[in-house]
Design a binder for this molecule. Structure first.
Ligand code: PH2
Ligand code: MG
Ligand code: MG
Length: 157
């Protein structure tokens, strides 16, 4: 199955600056499945909690044999192994690495652990812009619109 994953970082770590964190995370995602596309890295202003460093955001497409929950758990483990400690910081606060599962093929899922498509992806330019670069014609199964269309309709800067 093909999964679309968003990446974000706005802290330095043992791997280096936020870009280095994204490079490391992309490398490690390659152990979970086969990367079929990796976007450019985008420097973005923080959305939501404004008083934190700028982010670097990106998106990848991953071909994987894992089911959606197995994939999600693999992503959370990867975050943890890269040093992210969810207990320590605010929910929308700074992080070494954030991986969000956006789309899993055309699956719609409402599970306590995982909602697909990602419920906020259509509101976030920092998610849609990198994703549109690599998968503009991918269809959001809820809105029945392409990623490029969602980006064009996305209200925020
Ligand atoms: N992630 C957040 C909150 N705000 N802002 C930007 N620019 N990029 C992010 O990845 C981001 C954010 C929580 O996941
Ligand atoms: Mg996120
Ligand atoms: Mg997340």
């Amino acid at each position: 199955m093909i999964a679309a994953i968003a990446l974000g970082s706005n802290l330095t770590s043992q791997f280096g600056d936020p870009s280095a964190n994204l490079h490391e995370a992309v490398r490690r995602l390659g152990d979970i499945g086969t990367l079929t596309a990796v976007s450019s890295f985008y420097v973005t202003k923080p959305v939501g909690l404004l008083d934190q460093p700028d982010f670097v955001n990106a998106a990848v497409l991953l071909e994987t044999e894992l089911g959606p929950l197995e994939l999600l758990r693999g992503m959370l483990l990867l975050e943890h192994q890269m040093g992210r400690d969810r207990a320590k910081v605010a929910p929308k606060g700074p992080r070494i690495i954030d991986l969000d599962l956006l789309l899993y093929s055309d699956l719609m899922l409402n599970d306590p652990e995982l909602t697909l498509p990602h419920p906020a992806m259509h509101e976030r330019k920092f998610v849609l812009e990198p994703l549109a670069e690599i998968a503009g014609s991918l269809i959001h199964p809820g809105f029945k619109k392409t990623v490029s269309e969602l980006l064009a309709f996305c209200p925020h800067g």
